[in-house]
Design a protein around this ligand. Structure first.
Ligand code: UDP
Length: 322
């Protein structure tokens, strides 16, 4: 296997580039990197990210922001040690509305971000997703499961873009020796999600805070496992600093049905909302729970924040927004 010419300089202040740096997870990652002493360049085109997520970093001499679409050539005339590729719409209604941008950022954007890592001799981390497992036939999902994706369904723009992104990342690793990491992110929640992004956490919290009906899709029997953003970002940081090139699931293995989740939101908010049932979107995965054995073993990581605690912080954040 070819060896990448340069490796991250292990001396001096580490320098990180975060694509999607104004997004929900990208901005939390930028905060953590700054706390751990990195210089951070965040890149975002604000398709789904927002300046509000990074406004608190204005004036920080270690933080720089570039407004750019990462599907275009990324030119930076400074050294880079780590590239964290987080740019992408990530909620089902966003990628249904933006299918072509979603496919472009997963393919062309990943290509450009890998090209940057190769040119700088930087280590590269791809933010992949549990969606690469599709509607999984193996439960819980282990990293060696290849998935069950409908290539022509409404979610395929996201699922296949991320599958392509993983393949492209491995091709740069094999052909150019780029030092890569792949994290498969499971459902994550926390402050800085958009209230209207359509995902179940902001949707139910927004509805509960307005005492409006809670819209459970299908019969609410489908399952998800929710990870608080701070836990997730810590796991991803450990992955980047580890020595493994294997994909690693990061998420919370505590699984519940969507109906149970709706009841939990009602309990915590004390809302008087009714639960109403709406049609289940096409190809909505019936079950999802990460097997995190690999993360535990290789990264000594597991989530620490209980759902009630994480939801309380998230609800506080949304109180000002509704
Ligand atoms: N969901 C729901 N009501 C909503 C939004 C979502 O019942 O108002 C369900 C959705 O059908 C899915 C689960 O909640 O089964 C999680 O959806 P989300 O959009 O958060 O992300 P996904 O895990 O499907 O990518």
């Amino acid at each position: 296997m070819p060896v990448q010419k340069k490796r991250p300089a292990k001396v001096g202040q580490p320098k990180s580039v975060v694509t999607g740096g104004a997004g929900f997870l990208g901005s939390h990652l930028a905060d953590l990197l700054l706390k751990r002493g990195h210089k951070v360049i965040a890149i975002d085109n604000f398709v789904t990210g927002t300046v509000d997520n990074i406004a608190h970093l204005g004036g920080n001499p270690n933080f720089k922001f570039i407004q750019q679409d990462v599907t275009e050539f990324i030119f930076l005339d400074v050294p880079v040690d780590y590239v964290w590729h987080f740019a992408s719409p990530a909620s089902p209604i966003d990628y249904l509305e933006l299918p072509i941008q979603t496919m472009k950022v997963g393919s062309l954007g990943t290509h450009k971000a890998l090209g940057l890592a190769k040119q700088k001799g930087a280590r590269f981390l791809l933010a992949s997703t549990s969606e690469i497992y599709g509607d999984p036939l193996v439960h819980p999902q282990t990293e060696d499961y290849w998935g069950n994706v409908n290539t022509i369904g409404p979610r395929s723009c996201y699922d296949e873009a991320k599958r392509f992104a993983e393949a492209m990342t491995m091709a740069y690793h094999r052909a150019h020796g780029v030092d890569i990491r792949i994290v498969r992110i499971f459902n994550t929640y926390g402050p800085r999600m958009r209230l209207n992004d359509g995902r179940v956490v902001p949707a139910f919290i927004g509805q509960a805070l307005k005492n409006k009906p809670i819209t459970v899709f299908g019969e609410g029997k489908q399952t998800r496992s929710f990870c608080y953003c701070a836990d997730l970002i810590e796991g991803i940081y450990r992955l980047m600093m580890s020595s493994t090139n294997l994909p690693v699931n990061i998420g919370n293995p505590i699984e519940m049905t969507v109906l149970e989740f709706a009841r939990e939101i009602l309990r915590i908010t004390g809302a008087r909302s009714k639960i109403v049932f709406k049609p289940l979107p096409q190809d909505d995965p019936k079950q999802r729970r990460p097997d995190i054995t690999r993360a535990k073993k290789l990264l000594r990581w597991e989530p620490k924040i209980h759902l009630a605690e994480g939801l309380a912080k998230t609800i506080d954040y949304f109180r000002d927004k509704v």
